[in-house]
Design a binder for this molecule. Structure first.
Ligand code: PXP
Length: 247
């Protein structure tokens, strides 16, 4: 087990700002390269079906420019599978996607779609991509992710972070306990455990402290924080907090 979880920096929202004006700036690939220089262990980008932030061209350029691994987030559609098989990124993270949502709202429903998802991820694994499944801290979903042959699960930390932000501290502590228990459970099945969604300087440490968590993927807060202190210092502070939590 590494001494601290890897930090994957999600650069989707640099593209959100770019697309608000429809031009070329700010460039998410430039942000990714800066994050890499700042010591990010990986870059995460979500190519949504509606292309609301990251574009096909961004993925093309990220694949060409990055030296750290790209974690390619995508919905389990035929189109996305073709794109992933063309680029063969280091990692593919399968996420649920609804057009009307503002962000990825919940975990993937694996248990109900076990057969389809097992067939869906098989070629990705054969192509050498490390497949992870973005799911809630729910034993049934974790068991299903294991059965379909995923190597990694990413636990959705959104409910924990929302409860914290809204001052519902009993709910927050319950969500955190579920994340703790399910990290240990997934690890006992041999799954690698990642976590992410909504994490901030205030919420990252309890999750980073779980010994099973090998990677944290953080985007929206870091890109927002970069407005005030710059991307490199924003990432360095997150890394410091993660290291402190694990020490
Ligand atoms: N992990 C997954 C699977 C995600 O879908 C997202 C959001 O795109 C993140 C992590 C990062 O979440 P946030 O941008 O809230 O830090």
């Amino acid at each position: 087990m590494t001494s601290r979880p890897r930090l994957g920096v999600n650069i989707d929202h640099v593209a959100t700002v770019r697309n608000a004006r429809g031009g070329d700036v700010p460039d998410p690939v430039r942000a990714a390269l800066l994050a890499e220089q700042a010591g990010a262990d990986g870059i995460t980008a979500h190519l949504r079906e509606d292309r609301r932030h990251i574009s096909d061209d961004d993925i093309e350029r990220l694949m060409a420019a990055l030296t750290v691994p790209l974690n390619f987030e995508m919905a389990a559609t035929d189109e996305m599978q073709k794109i992933a098989l063309r680029h063969k990124p280091h990692a593919v993270c399968i996420v649920p996607e609804k057009r009307e949502e503002r962000t990825t709202e919940g975990g993937l429903e694996v248990a109900r779609e076990e057969n389809r998802l097992a067939h869906y991820i098989a070629p990705l694994r054969e192509a050498g991509c490390r497949v992870s499944i973005f799911i809630a801290a729910d034993m049934r979903q974790i068991e299903a992710a294991h059965r379909i042959g995923a190597e990694v699960i990413e636990l959705h930390t959104g409910a924990y972070c929302d409860a914290h932000a809204e001052g519902r501290f009993d709910d927050r502590d319950r969500e955190l306990e579920a994340l703790r228990e399910m990290s240990a459970f997934a690890n006992s099945l041999g799954l690698e455990v990642h976590a992410g969604h909504g994490l901030t300087y205030d919420t990252v440490q309890p999750v980073a402290a779980f010994p099973e968590v090998m990677e944290l993927n953080i985007g929206h807060f870091l890109i927002g924080e970069a407005i005030f202190r710059g991307l490199t210092p924003a990432i360095h502070e997150m890394q410091r907090l993660i290291e402190e939590a694990r020490a």
